[in-house]
Design a protein around this ligand. Structure first.
Ligand code: FO1
Length: 308
């Protein structure tokens, strides 16, 4: 089997990937992760989307929340609060160890992709997790005339602001991380995970060389709708699609990706949208896309891998 590439955001992507590693040899899987959500807190570099995928594939994610480490405690955060620091970003004690080690590696001169590979190895993750870029790209959310940092919008303010624009700061200067272009060029199948198209996948596509390599690729690109029955299962994709002028539906997601996609997977609940989406020029597969457990993830992964 050749290389499989997956473009990934956080929780939705991780759920598909935990099934995919049971269906394809993990060493053949190259996950290109969004780093637009990265944040610096208490002098530490935090890469939430990379960590969600890493912890999920290492079998240690907090399944209920979809992020963080199962059974983690929050003693350090509580003390930070007592010392007068903000504690809205819920960093657990064990999770903090990852951020401490990542920051140490970066300070010692490693790139983010090298640090990510090393952390994955330490935690026994066999799939290749590559940040989209080693250069900083920071997603900023515009809400009217207010500009918010991504995590300020997402966590601190609980996605309550209406998104009127999205900026990927630094993206013009960002090069794909080593291995990203090669993985796409050598891939036999490219998957766009069921992540937020505008906030999680668009930052990856905004790196010019990534977009160009995808457009030139012979491999089929398969998208999966993160919107089911007009709503997202987690996160604000439906609201953001609507406020950015896209229909908050599987059709709207397909339209957003346009002719990048050869295949698109939608949920059974949205089956009446099949014809409309196919008229956009892609082939549609209808199946259960809601991943409540590992079996659901494996089912969706098998569907993704069997599409021809
Ligand atoms: N998401 C939240 O909704 N609240 C949090 O306090 C929070 C903390 C957090 C800490 C570490 C980490 O790796 C992820 C964390 N996330 C949290 C998830 C994350 O911010 C978002 O899910 C992604 O950025 C969007 O994909």
């Amino acid at each position: 089997m050749g290389t499989i590439v997956a473009l990934a955001g956080g929780v939705g992507a991780a759920k598909l990937l935990r099934g995919l590693v049971k269906v394809v040899p993990p060493k053949n899987l190259f996950v290109i992760g969004n780093t637009g959500d990265d944040i610096e807190l208490y002098g530490l570099h935090i890469s939430p989307d990379l960590d969600i995928i890493m912890y999920t594939l290492a079998g240690m994610v907090d399944e209920e929340k979809g992020w963080g480490i199962a059974g983690d405690t929050f003693n350090c955060l509580e003390m930070l609060g007592r010392l007068g620091f903000e504690t809205w970003f819920r960093l657990g004690d064990r999770d903090l160890a990852t951020h401490i080690i990542r920051t140490k590696m970066l300070r010692e001169g490693m790139t983010l992709s090298q640090a990510t590979a090393k952390l994955c190895k330490m935690l026994g993750v066999k799939a290749n997790l590559i940040p989209m870029s080693d250069n900083p790209v920071r997603t900023k959310i515009q809400s009217g005339n207010v500009l918010l940092e991504f995590q300020e919008y997402f966590v601190k303010r609980g996605t309550k602001d209406t998104v009127t624009g999205v900026i990927f700061e630094g993206v013009e200067r960002a090069e794909p991380a080593p291995g990203v272009v090669q993985a796409i060029e050598e891939s036999e199948r490219i998957i766009i995970c069921p992540s937020n198209p505008i906030l999680s996948i668009a930052p990856i596509l905004a790196i010019k060389a990534v977009k160009k390599t995808l457009e030139n690729s012979e491999a089929p690109i398969i998208g999966i709708s993160p919107i089911v029955g007009g709503r997202t299962l987690k996160g604000p994709a439906d609201k953001v699609m609507a406020s950015m002028g896209f229909e908050p539906s599987a059709y709207g997601v397909a339209k957003f990706y346009g002719n990048l996609l050869k295949y698109f997977i939608i949920d059974e609940i949205d089956k009446e949208q099949k014809g409309r989406i196919e008229r956009l020029g892609m082939k549609v597969t209808v199946t259960n896309t809601v991943m409540k457990n590992l079996e659901d993830s494996i089912h969706l992964a098998k569907v993704v891998m069997s599409i021809t």
